[in-house]
Write a protein that binds this ligand. Structure first.
Ligand code: SAM
Ligand code: SF4
Length: 331
């Protein structure tokens, strides 16, 4: 009997089925919460995994239960051949779901081709709808380019189109323009808590509850169930709206136990968490001719490590020494 009780109290197996791949450390923007003004020293061509190497790794990951892949960066669309790579990944059998996180600046050029190459869904990072604030946050960007990308994604039939907003106190912490956007367009806006990964934590951090309260003060919010595979956000909808409003709260809310992600950085390190300080040097294995079986073993060991180590997130308010720049790890 005690044995049976013990079994019943065991934690459910943490399913890790989602791989985020940073395909480049380069970016055409310099967002204040992600990069220093001078940018980050670019890695050499040799340091970055080739598409063929990423494909070999992904095939192995597919063999141990990864069913969804998200391409990120840096800005993934600045890497030459990104559309062709989406086509290669989408062709991996049995059906891998491929998505993309982009700042949207180049999306008006590529949305149609990406859809045709097999891309299903897209997340666009767009932190404000005010041109001046957009320039202040991205340092170099034009709001109109990102908005054109967003429109192109909708027109191309990418579905769902999500908008990521990293909320920064005093800069873009009025959520109402985005609530109007989600009313008028079929987009799902997610307000993300700024993580103290880079930049000024105390000065910028706004908890999700504050944003939600501001939205509730403006109109009734109905909670909606988060569709399967929509990540750690909780979602709500304004009455009559086409899209939804989501809240991603990596700082104020503890979602590590349900985290389903594995990450591959542009320079070929496998990380089990954004705050994983070491990671595993997959590039060395790939370049020394590791077989598919060896790669699968390594991934399984790392997944075990993730489950065993559990929460690697520092406590709220702690000063975080980043293991690497977010633009290299991929967010
Ligand atoms: N360049 C692409 C983009 O901006 O969507 C992909 C890479 S970017 C590093 C991926 C995600 O990380 C973006 O949604 C970005 O907003 C988020 N991010 C970067 N730094 C962050 C921080 N300090 N706190 C919270 N999110 C952050
Ligand atoms: Fe570039 Fe994305 Fe980082 Fe902004 S958040 S600097 S777009 S990698």
């Amino acid at each position: 009997m005690p044995e049976e009780k013990e079994r019943m109290e065991e934690k459910p197996e943490q399913v890790i089925d989602y791989l985020r791949i940073s395909i480049t450390d380069r970016c055409n923007l310099r967002c204040v919460y992600c990069m220093p003004a001078e940018g980050v020293e670019s890695m050499s061509h040799e340091q970055i995994l080739s598409y063929e190497e990423i494909l070999r790794f992904t095939e192995a990951a597919r063999g141990v239960g990864i069913s969804r892949v998200r391409l990120t960066g840096g800005e993934p669309l600045v890497r030459k051949g990104a559309v062709g790579f989406v086509r290669m990944l989408s062709g991996l059998e049995p059906g891998l779901k491929v998505s993309l996180t982009t700042n949207g600046v180049l999306l008006s050029r590529y949305a149609g081709e990406l859809r045709e190459a097999g891309l299903a869904r897209v997340n666009i990072s767009l932190d404000t709808l005010d041109p001046g604030t957009y320039r202040s946050i991205t340092r170099v960007g034009e709001l109109e380019d990102a908005l054109a990308g967003l429109r192109a994604a909708i027109d191309a039939g990418l579905e769902p189109v999500k908008v990521n907003v990293v909320v920064l106190k005093g800069l873009n912490d009025d959520p109402l323009p985005f609530a109007r956007m989600a009313s008028e367009l079929p987009v799902h806006v997610r307000f993300i808590e700024f993580m103290p990964y880079f930049g000024e934590h105390g000065k910028w951090y706004v908890p999700s509850d504050v944003i939600r309260a501001r939205l509730e003060a403006a109109g009734k919010l109905e909670d909606v169930e988060s569709p399967e595979g929509w990540g750690p956000a909780s979602y709500a909808r304004m009455k009559g709206a086409q899209g939804t409003l989501g809240f991603i709260s990596p700082v104020s809310c503890h979602f590590c136990p349900s985290c389903n992600r594995l990450r591959l950085t542009a320079d070929g390190r496998m990380r089990t968490c954004l705050f994983d300080r070491n990671g595993y040097d997959v590039k060395r294995e790939l370049r020394s001719g590791a077989s598919g079986e060896r790669l699968r073993e390594i991934i399984v060991d790392e997944l075990e490590r993730k489950r065993a180590e559990g929460d690697q997130k520092p406590p709220p308010g702690a000063h975080v020494r980043a293991a690497d720049h977010m633009s290299r790890i991929g967010g």
